[in-house]
Design a binder for this molecule. Structure first.
Ligand code: TRP
Ligand code: SF4
Length: 335
């Protein structure tokens, strides 16, 4: 069975953008592959080093969200990055195989540095070694579990490419040891925010969280952006510019043709349309809420899940690093 490795930074609650863009696919993958889902706390610290509490608190939130959407701890491993010291060791080992200029040219890193002026300065003059180097650490994440496939969004492709380069260089110098991972692109579009912006973001507050209550969902949908030209209840409108319609489609409302038709003909008021979406959305989220509540009421169980996932991950990483050290002739006193 092939290995899947992918990760998430624990920096906030997960929302429907994560669900439709990634998690929905992860739930399917757990039946077909050996899955390792990493809660990347060390990576989260690269741009949250001043907020350790935020990272710590979100580990459980992210674990709960993963369980809520249907990641099954009996099928897949959910583990905490910092609890696998081999990843840190590999990061140091690989750091010799990457040039600083290559890291600066990595498009993902370049974009992110630009977005983090508050941390790294206007011209990157306060850029940390850790942040610039996180692609190296991500290569360690992937290779520590012999990841064959890495399901990621297209923003992550340069990081997978960086990992493949490291693997090739390693194998070239020290002999065939590591596997080049492939990305597994999910053909899901970026999910738009309720405010109509192109991206639902953790920090933008324009999304529906997996953990939102029925009331929170209702409030958010009531504020969603509709066709701005529709003023009165019986005005004809264009559903294609309406976020409420977008979300009706997203959750596959079986009444979608009626929504479209009535909207275009001016036979549907936005308030009623939103109310219908609220009901359907809450129905959609119900199984997530039930699973989340189950684990919230059994906090020991979440710890168990994380400990078991981490312990399974640990075993694999230990074996892999042994082979790597052997290839590099730094396997002193090993038999
Ligand atoms: N960089 C990823 C993100 O920001 C998270 C991540 C960490 C990851 N380690 C990984 C993704 C390994 C794929 C493989 O979403
Ligand atoms: Fe959007 Fe519904 Fe209003 Fe049409 S009727 S603009 S689809 S909220």
């Amino acid at each position: 069975m092939k290995n899947i490795l992918t990760g998430l930074r624990p920096t906030g609650k997960l929302h429907l953008g994560h669900y439709f863009g990634a998690l929905q696919n992860w739930v399917k993958l757990q039946d077909e592959y050996n899955c390792y889902f990493e809660i990347a706390d060390i990576q989260a610290l690269t741009d949250n080093f001043e907020n350790p509490k935020k990272v710590r608190d979100n580990i459980k939130e992210v674990a709960l969200d993963l369980l809520a959407v249907g990641i099954d701890p009996n099928k897949a491993n959910i583990f905490i990055q910092s609890m696998i010291p081999e990843i840190a060791e590999l990061t140091v080992i690989y750091s010799n195989l990457v040039t600083i200029s290559r890291l600066y040219r990595n498009p993902t890193i370049k974009t992110e540095i630009g977005q983090k002026e508050h941390l790294f300065g206007k011209n990157g003059e306060s850029l940390t070694y850790g942040f610039l180097g996180y692609p190296v650490s991500q290569a360690a994440d992937i290779t520590a579990f012999k990841g064959d496939l890495v399901p990621v969004g297209d923003d992550q492709l340069p990081l997978i490419e960086q990992c493949r380069e490291i693997v090739r260089k390693f194998n070239h110098i020290y002999g065939e040891t590591l596997k080049e991972p492939e990305h597994l692109l999910t053909d899901t579009p970026r999910i738009k925010g309720l405010d109509g912006s192109e991206k639902m973001g953790k920090s933008l507050g324009n999304g529906i969280n997996i953990s939102d209550s029925e009331e929170e969902v209702a409030k958010k949908i009531m504020n969603a952006v509709t066709d701005p030209d529709k003023i009165k209840k019986d005005d004809k409108a264009n559903p294609d510019v309406c976020m409420v319609y977008y979300y009706h489609k997203l959750i596959k409302n079986d009444n979608i043709n009626t929504v479209k038709c009535e909207c275009e003909k001016g036979m549907r008021g936005c308030v009623d349309c939103k109310k219908e979406l609220i009901n359907k959305m809450n129905e959609y989220l119900k199984p997530f809420r039930e699973r989340r509540a189950y684990y919230e009421n059994n906090p020991d169980l979440i710890d168990e899940v994380l400990k078991k996932g981490t312990s399974n991950a640990q075993k694999v990483a230990k074996e892999v690093i042994k082979e790597i050290k052997h290839s590099m002739m730094i396997d002193y006193f090993d038999k």
